[in-house]
Design a protein around this ligand. Sequence first.
Ligand code: DAH
Length: 336
Amino acid sequence: MLEKINEIAQLFTNDIGNARGMQTLEEIRVKYLGRKGLVAELMSKLPSLEKEKKPAAGRELNTLKARIQKELEARQRTLLSGASLTREEIDVTMPGIKPPEGRLHPITQTLNEINGIFVSLGFKIAEGPEIEKEFYNFEALNIPLEHPSRDAFDTFYIKKDTLLRSHTSTVQVRIMEKTKPPIQAIMPGRVYRPDAVDATHSFMFHQVEGLMVDRDIKFSDLKGILNIFTKQMFGEKTEARFRPSFFPFTEPSAEVDISCIMCRGKGCRVCSHTGWLEILGAGTVNPRVFEAVGYSPRKYKGLAFGMGVERIAMLKYGIDDIRLFFENDIRFLKQF
Ligand code: DAH
């Protein structure tokens, strides 16, 4: 028995001498002190020894166990203190494993870019609720009861008089109700329409609304601002064109086209061979809107515009299906 104890003691001295890391240390602990370890194995043999050999063998075995425990602990302390870090089996100079990196959604990136351009022109950013009263979505914007957009098929109604806003023009009204001119603000946000989803339609999308009100705002201010915007958004070579149009809340109204960014105006499939792409609606604020919010139309003039963020992102990045923005396909999102 004593011989066996000596043998194990010797074996342990070798093992601990070679231990370079915490994991090896743990393996050694299990090998010697574990429930089925070498020390336990000898312990189990004690009862079968001759009576007079038992005390000495027992004492030796306990001494060995205590020594193993002490040396393991001492070794652990030196390893933890880093004293033998240079001998660790870890190469600290090896490059780490890069965790996957997230990024902003292309719509958020486009929104930030649009906001940034207008902020640099002195616009403040304002927001309004997505659940709205008919007054803000329609009446105050001079959209009469018989207008087709007031049909439940064209707007999500929650209950009579309460709906999901179908455009961000609502926020124009909310700002003007709360503040006196001068106003110079953009209003980004989500809007909702019960359209069948296809490559160019979504029941939810984003708009950025713009509003400027002061004593002498002119249509030429609108043209100047939107010319700067289109050039900064789509490149210096991009031309803007103002086409007469109609919106109940602006008078006169215009739709703004940019020269096709695919063919530079020569005509291609993307611009239906017209050379132009429609990007927003705009105009000078209809005096009726001022009346609805209690401004004097005689005293104040205003300009307004509204654009769809998905449409702008699609044109800018050459995306041909709006659904890609909302499917959360990482292969698509990774490209931005
Ligand atoms: N609200 C309009 C829409 O959703 C866009 C728009 C057009 C906003 C002309 C305006 C504007 O402020 O002046 O189609």
